[in-house]
Ligand binder design. Structure first.
Ligand code: GLC
Length: 630
């Protein structure tokens, strides 16, 4: 450690201070994880050198950003934050294509973009790019790492942060490490979880849950030529990394800081729940996962401090909150985590026109406020919707878990009588009865069916359902993420079924190409896509202008006593914002006194920026109304 008082090398001082601040958070966790490993000493020394090296290579403009964010540590909590998530090829061809669409992004009100997997994938089926063979180069179809850096810089100049996937539970079996392991190199075999026979795999299987039961049953793959069983939680070509090996941690820190130094602001830590294995468990969300995540976070804080971490843990509500830092990890783990439960509850309430379960779940499992962290809120993403409602939660509001889940899956597959939705099944597991669904926001919300039938009134209702969703995620707390195409209400893309690499994976149904022609008509017109586009822009603009929506302010779930309404209060120091959503196709009313008792002081809606309709002491809420009352 340099003597800070004597030091004239400002850069070295900064590094030393950052190291001092986060040393215990990092090395404390690593001692617990790897303290007994024979290589521990060498590993710690090597990690120190890696951090120092990464800092030395960090470009000056990023170091400047580091300082700016030191001064504004709540930058990602601000209401101006709004994200847009897309596949580079499906958006505008490739990386360079993004540069032509910066105005589009800005016009939406977007300040954060997530390039869906863009690092070099294995050839052929790559699970949408989540099977990475080289973390240090970009998918050649999208451009080079130099272009990547240039695009990141261009985004930064417009005040847009960049999020990139960091697939850290597994690599493609074509990755150089896996290739070495396949050749029999022991050190690399120890990067993965390989077994000589199936005794242990079978013992683990007894308690594991299959992720892709349809096309990748089981969690292990037998390679007779290698004489090994390899742990493959997801697909056969995705080999799980052995995070109990400290050298894996080191390699992945190198990758993470490499990406950070190329201009990545938000690292999306993919499928984190699965990173640690323990016999006799589901091997999900084991305590060591949180230790690893805290250590990774500390590594970023030391060597790339403007970077934040987004955890992807699609798990039960109570299991998800710790990814934002709980107990000893409070304030030190994820800065963002997907609010899967909000998404599931949105769809559940839309189908049933009842909000009891939604109110109960969001009230009972989620703290009103988090330390140095917030949610990534979303309605649709590139993945399927899994009906993550526990039996206990269902029971608490008088529902039966398995039946309710099956109802939702059937409803969104579009086969339940009276369903407005169009979707497909994704991965039916007959053993557990678990069914998931694919489908775009617009198709699931009823637009596809309405257009098919030329039913203008049903299309109008679908538009309102869509805007209800956007208004919900824009106000709940956290960064709302808009999934490409949802801003112009793109419907399902059935074309994937003709592509042999994709036909087995119905998630491609909701990964359509961006339709720029439709975007142009949307800009101009009153058709549903035009209404949705104008609505999304308006919602994000109003969000940016509503300081109460800062992610650091509590979100307190409120009970209106009415089964079709969902409400919460954003408790800003300047006063409350009472957000109310009508999940039904009927008019509803709310008593004045209720609204006032929640802290609202006027009957002015901050979302429409207009007074709300009043009738004899009651607020009038049209079907699918969304109100933000000051
Ligand atoms: C994450 C991704 C999903 C992918 C899986 C395996 O859950 O969101 O698309 O299939 O990880 O990498």
């Amino acid at each position: 450690m340099p003597d800070i008082a004597q030091e004239t090398d400002f850069d070295a001082v900064l590094f030393a201070l950052r190291m001092e601040r986060s040393r215990d958070d990092l090395f404390g966790m690593l001692d617990r994880l790897y303290g007994r490993h024979p290589d521990h000493g060498r590993f710690v020394t090597a990690l120190g050198a890696t951090l120092k090296g990464a800092w030395a290579e960090r470009p000056a403009d990023l170091k400047r950003l580091d300082l700016a964010r030191d001064l504004e540590p709540d930058w990602f909590l601000r209401p101006r934050m709004a994200g847009y998530v897309f596949y580079l090829d499906r958006f505008n061809g490739d990386l360079a294509g993004v540069l032509d669409k910066l105005d589009w992004l800005e016009s939406l009100g977007v300040t954060y973009v997530h390039f869906m997997p863009c690092l070099k994938p294995r050839p052929g089926d790559s699970d949408g790019g989540y099977s990475v063979m080289d973390y240090c180069s970009v998918n050649p179809a999208f451009g080079t790492i130099e272009t990547f850096e240039a695009v990141a810089r261009a985004l930064r100049e417009r005040g847009i942060s960049l999020c990139v996937d960091f697939v850290l539970n597994h690599t493609a079996k074509e990755h150089a490490w896996a290739q070495q392991a396949a050749k029999g190199v022991a050190a690399y075999q120890d990067y993965y979880l390989m077994f000589d026979d199936d005794t242990l795999p079978k013992a683990y299987e007894a308690t594991l849950i299959e992720v892709f039961p349809d096309n990748a049953p089981g969690s292990f793959t037998h390679y007779p030529a290698l004489g090994k069983w390899v742990w493959t939680t997801f697909n056969e070509h995705q080999w799980d990394l052995n995070w109990a090996n400290p050298w894996v941690f080191l390699e992945m820190v190198e990758v993470m800081l490499f990406l950070a130094n190329k201009g990545v602001d938000v690292v999306r830590l993919d499928a984190v729940a699965f990173m640690w294995k323990r016999m006799g468990t589901r091997c999900q969300s084991e305590p060591e996962v949180h230790m690893i995540l805290q250590a990774l976070r500390a590594a970023s804080r030391i060597a790339a401090p403007s970077v934040i971490h987004l955890a992807e843990a699609i798990v039960a509500p109570a299991e998800m909150v710790p990814y934002l830092g709980a107990g000893i990890h409070a304030g030190k783990e994820g800065n963002l985590a997907y609010h899967n439960s909000l998404m599931v509850q949105f769809w559940g309430a839309l189908a049933t026109r009842e909000t009891r379960l939604m109110t109960y779940v969001l009230h009972s499992h989620f703290p009103p406020v988090l330390a140095n962290a917030t949610y990534a809120t979303y309605i649709r993403c590139h993945d399927d919707v899994g009906w993550a409602v526990t039996d206990e939660d269902a029971r608490a509001v008088g529902l039966t878990g398995p039946l309710h889940r099956r109802y939702l899956a059937d409803f969104y597959e579009g086969v339940f009588p009276g369903s407005f939705a169009r979707g497909r099944l994704f991965q039916y597991n007959p053993e557990t009865g678990d069914k998931r669904n694919s489908g775009t926001f617009a198709s699931m919300a009823g637009l596809e069916r309405a257009l098919e039938r030329n039913d203008a009134a049903a299309a109008e209702t679908a538009v309102h359902r869509i805007l209800l969703g956007h208004a919900l995620i824009a106000s709940f707390g956290g960064i709302p993420l808009i999934y490409m195409g949802d801003e112009i209400a793109l419907i399902n893309d059935y074309g994937y079924a003709a592509d042999p690499d994709r036909a087995h994976d119905s998630r491609w149904l909701h990964r359509p190409n961006m339709d720029w022609t439709r975007a142009a008509t949307a800009e101009a017109g009153e058709a549903p896509e035009g209404r949705v586009l104008a609505g999304v822009r308006r919602i994000l603009a109003r969000r940016a202008a509503t300081p109460e929506l800062h992610g650091g302010f509590p979100t307190v779930i409120a009970d209106t006593g009415q089964n079709g309404l969902f409400a919460f209060v954003r408790k800003a120091p300047t006063g409350a914002l009472v957000c109310v959503f009508n999940f039904t196709d009927f008019w509803a009313t709310l008593r004045h006194e209720w609204v006032l008792s929640q802290g609202a002081t006027s009957f002015h809606d901050a979302l429409s920026d207009a007074p709300v309709g009043l009738d004899e002491g009651r607020l009038l809420l049209p079907p699918y109304a969304r109100l933000w009352l000051r």
